[in-house]
Ligand binder design. Structure first.
Ligand SMILES: [Zn+2]
Length: 469
């Protein structure tokens, strides 16, 4: 799988490099690119290591072209940048997003993944004691990462379609979406990204646009009204929870954490016992998947202190609240409970997080966060110039006799882009997602790129009067 994925990436790099060297902006400097030598890159590497600006303008320009090549290659951090443009486009079209959701489906414990892996499990007459047991389940998933990836995409699609009521009909015609009222209201659209965590399992971060959301300016004015704030607080109280009667600091010490609670059949809301049993089940699930425990994964040193990057311990509140600046919080009586949505928790039996977005600042931070996994991915290759210096030294040794500037430059772009691709880490479920065409993003709408530079150029040429404006 990894080899096939590597070939796909290289072919995309090749195709993208062919197009890049034909661009005017590239051809302007092509003679200079061809004359770059390993020492130029080594100098840039030293400057990059010292976090200085790279002084050589030709290297700076080449890096821009390498980035432009990588935008068109699946799995690169550059290819994610489009997501930011989509978020702005969607915000212009449908006002700012209202919610931010992260879902981590539990692939080791959910029975559905076992069925995808070929286990004979009757999901209608589910018996959790019938096996496989927890250790066997973990092994089955580890041996079948295709099933793990398929499970993830199956669950996410089911959440959007069945719980949120938004169905994107990709096969009918582009942009055909049907909506019905779901657990969060009527969802106008969503834009989310798929990421792998340290152990390789996939999770989703997504922004959600609700129908009827106000613009940022209207929101500011509305938040001044106590009646509006009461309605929002009621929305938070029913959709974003962080309190459960059965869970407190004291009860956690005695309440056993049943890890495999997700190896279960979700409660059926139509069943007569649902009303009496769902709150207890919710409590067990909260105990198992929503208690935040600070550890090496979330603690970061800041000014000599260790702080949780998830900002635990979370603030307490005796009821859901929102103030006139848009700050808000759920009811919380124990500082280490992550927010959850009750229906989503009962249905997926997996860890998730849910936040309200009330201002542009929040949208900006989140869109930056979900569209750049550079921070996590490229830690080892933070000195890209050093990597390129090595690559160039290696290749130029053999290819010095080639005199065709354009093909030499095309290869230069390819070497550089491939060298950067090699430094990226992928987990098997991610690679499966690319190979199967499931991809690394969930975007409800279809976006068409407008190449504004060329469009504006054409307008100026056709209508010279515009040149002055
Ligand atoms: Zn923490």
């Amino acid at each position: 799988m990894f080899q096939v994925f590597g070939v796909i990436q290289k072919r995309q790099v090749c195709r993208s490099a062919v197009l890049q060297v034909q661009k005017q902006a590239f051809q302007r400097d092509e003679a200079l690119f061809a004359r770059l030598n390993p020492e130029d890159f080594a100098l840039a590497a030293r400057q990059e290591a010292k976090k200085e600006t790279i002084v050589n303008p030709v290297i700076r320009s080449l890096k821009k072209h390498i980035n432009a090549v990588r935008v068109n290659v699946v799995g690169t951090d550059k290819s994610r940048i489009n997501i930011r443009v989509y978020i702005w486009g969607m915000t212009i079209l449908r006002n700012p997003p209202s919610l931010w959701l992260t879902i981590n489906p539990t692939d080791t414990h959910d029975p559905i993944v076992q069925v995808f892996a070929g286990e004979e499990i009757d999901l209608d007459l589910f018996d959790r004691c019938a096996g496989p047991d927890s250790a066997q389940r973990a092994k089955i998933v580890a041996d079948d990462l295709y099933a793990a990836a398929k499970f993830f995409h199956f669950v996410i699609q089911a959440v959007f379609e069945e719980l949120m009521g938004i169905v994107v009909h990709k096969h009918k015609r582009v942009g055909h979406i049907t909506r019905s009222e779901g657990i969060l209201g009527t969802v106008e659209g969503y834009i989310g990204t798929v990421e792998a965590q340290g152990r390789g399992t996939l999770h989703l971060h997504t922004l959600i646009w609700l129908r009827g959301a106000p613009t940022a300016i209207e929101m500011k004015a509305l938040l001044q009204s106590p009646g509006f704030r009461t309605r929002i607080a009621a929305y938070i109280a029913s959709n974003i929870c962080a309190h459960h009667d059965h869970i407190s600091e004291e009860s956690l010490a005695t309440l056993p954490r049943e890890k495999a609670v997700s190896y279960s059949h979700p409660l059926d809301p139509r069943h007569p016992s649902f009303n009496t049993s769902h709150y207890d089940v919710e409590g067990q699930l909260v105990r198992a998947v929503q208690v935040h425990k600070c550890g090496p994964g979330c603690l970061k040193a800041s000014r000599g202190r260790l702080l949780c990057k998830r900002r635990a311990p979370f603030p307490l509140a005796c009821e859901a609240w929102i103030d006139s600046t848009g700050d808000w919080g759920p009811r919380r009586t124990y500082r280490y409970l992550n927010n959850w949505n009750p229906t989503l928790l009962l249905a997926t039996r997996s860890n998730h997080d849910c936040k309200l977005i009330t201002n542009g600042e929040g949208t900006k931070h989140i869109s930056w966060y979900i569209s750049s996994y550079a921070a996590k991915r490229q830690q080892h290759s933070c000195n890209a110039s050093a990597l390129l210096a090595k690559t160039i030294a290696y290749h130029r040794r053999d290819k010095a006799h080639n005199s065709d500037v354009r093909s030499l430059n095309k290869r230069l772009l390819q070497w550089c882009a491939n060298a950067l691709s090699r430094e990226q880490e992928f987990s098997a479920p991610e690679v499966v997602s690319y190979l199967m065409g499931w991809g690394d993003r969930y975007v409800s709408h279809h976006f068409q790129t407008i190449h504004w530079g060329s469009l504006a150029g054409l307008l100026r040429r056709s209508f010279p009067v515009l040149k002055d404006t």
